[in-house]
Design a protein around this ligand. Structure first.
Ligand SMILES: Nc1nc2c(ncn2[C@@H]2O[C@H](COP(=O)(O)OP(=O)(O)OP(=O)(O)O)[C@@H](O)[C@H]2O)c(=O)[nH]1
Ligand SMILES: [Zn+2]
Length: 370
């Protein structure tokens, strides 16, 4: 079922989310919430001591570190059952230590830094949204938050204000309103008769590309690959994963069939971004597998949404696919977004010494058909 397009008001809100994410990346505080419950937040990763001080000028209560439950678990904070866990800052757990414990780079070298107290209460909406905004900004999923002081006027000090609900709804809203922005013929070595079409999400975020080989008929299931961007594998030829082979192999297979589609999704690192993927790779260097590494950085195993891929297929006139994948979640994810997956076409390549463990983990922990 195609979701109803978001209203003008929601689209405006979604664009504000992107602006607020950009502010977090610069280290600036942002105000999250509405008149009933609002907070101020900075990214643990990017805010300097001065940015943090600026944030506290708007605070009407104690500052707290907001972490994902995944990261809190790594820090041995007792689970509270909430997806976001708050930890009060105090003399010992100051901004510097907060930044250090949010970053898995120091896990094994920094010694034991706990125990940290558990806040049992469910976190306020602004704290949950602050962590989500860090994810949207492709930063470490950790924020320092505080309730907004009564009578504070963040607007007049140039702080962005964004609704918590807009942050949480942003991915769905942005996918529902993809804009086709450019298209051109691009002959490829593996598939000469190829056309690229770029789709821009409503929030102004990164574009996804549809690579259409030949002119596949719209009334039959189309051979399709939904490929998530992998800078290291696709571009550099990294041996740590199978992405490069899957990308080129899919284009060659589609061309050999006479036509099909490759969707190149701006969802690097299963949606966590290149820098966080490098953080996960550093943990893999220390012996963690691809799943545990993601969890230790503070993310879910896979943070991708399939709505944008499904929407692109629909916009191109396709409703049924033969999907080249080994990932059962991809099949289910597209189906849940209204695309009929009539067949799963296996898409695997021989392992090499650097990706054998990665492929084995996909099979044993994420249920890949390999
Ligand atoms: N976070 C993280 N991302 C990774 C890692 N290795 C590869 N990736 C990313 O995973 C994505 C690869 O996804 P896909 O090619 O769609 O692979 P898949 O989900 O296993 O499914 P199929 O290839 O279709 O079977 C790319 O965005 C890569 O950047 C890793 O160790 N950690
Ligand atoms: Zn890869």
């Amino acid at each position: 079922m195609t979701p109803a397009p978001p209203s003008e008001q929601r689209l405006r809100a979604v664009r504000e989310v992107d602006r607020a994410a950009a502010d977090l990346r610069r280290g600036l505080p942002v105000c999250i919430g509405d008149k009933v419950s609002a907070g101020v937040a900075v990214s643990v990763e990017t805010a300097s001591a001065a940015d943090f001080r600026e944030m506290t000028m708007f605070a009407g209560g104690p500052a707290q570190l907001a972490l994902t439950a995944r990261r809190a678990n790594v820090l041995h904070i007792l689970p509270s059952g909430h997806p976001v866990q708050l930890v009060p800052l105090d003399e010992r757990l100051n901004r510097d230590l907060a930044a250090e414990i949010a970053d898995p780079e120091h896990d094994l070298s920094g010694g034991l830094r706990g125990p940290f107290p558990q806040v049992k209460d469910s976190p306020p909406a602004f704290a949950v949204a602050a962590v989500q905004l860090c994810k949207i900004a492709r930063l470490l999923p950790a924020a320092i938050v505080a309730p907004l002081a009564a009578g504070a006027d963040p607007d007049s000090h140039g702080l962005m204000t964004v609704a918590a609900g807009a942050i949480m709804a942003r991915e769905a809203d942005a996918a529902a309103e993809l804009k086709r922005v450019a298209a051109a013929r691009v002959p490829l070595w593996d598939a000469e008769n190829t056309r690229l079409t770029a789709f821009r999400p409503a929030d102004g975020g990164l574009e996804h590309l549809a690579i259409v080989v030949g002119d596949p008929p719209r009334d039959r299931p189309v051979l399709t690959r939904v490929h998530s961007e992998c800078f290291t594998g696709d571009l550099l030829g990294s041996m740590k994963c199978d992405c490069g082979e899957q990308l080129r192999g899919a284009l060659a297979a589609i061309a050999a069939e006479g036509g099909g589609i490759l969707l190149y999704m701006a969802q690097e690192g299963r949606g966590i971004g290149l820098i966080n993927k490098l953080r996960a790779y550093a943990l893999q260097d220390q012996g963690f597998d691809t799943v545990d590494a993601n969890l230790r950085v503070g993310f879910e195993t896979d943070e991708r949404l399939f709505a944008p891929a499904a929407e692109m297929l629909k916009r191109l006139g396709f409703s049924a696919v033969r999907l080249m994948t080994n990932n059962p979640e991809k099949v289910a994810g597209l189906a849940a977004e209204g695309i009929e997956v009539v067949e799963r076409v296996p898409h695997s390549f021989p392992a090499n010494p650097h990706n054998a463990d990665y492929l084995a983990t996909k099979k044993s922990r994420t249920g890949h058909f390999l």
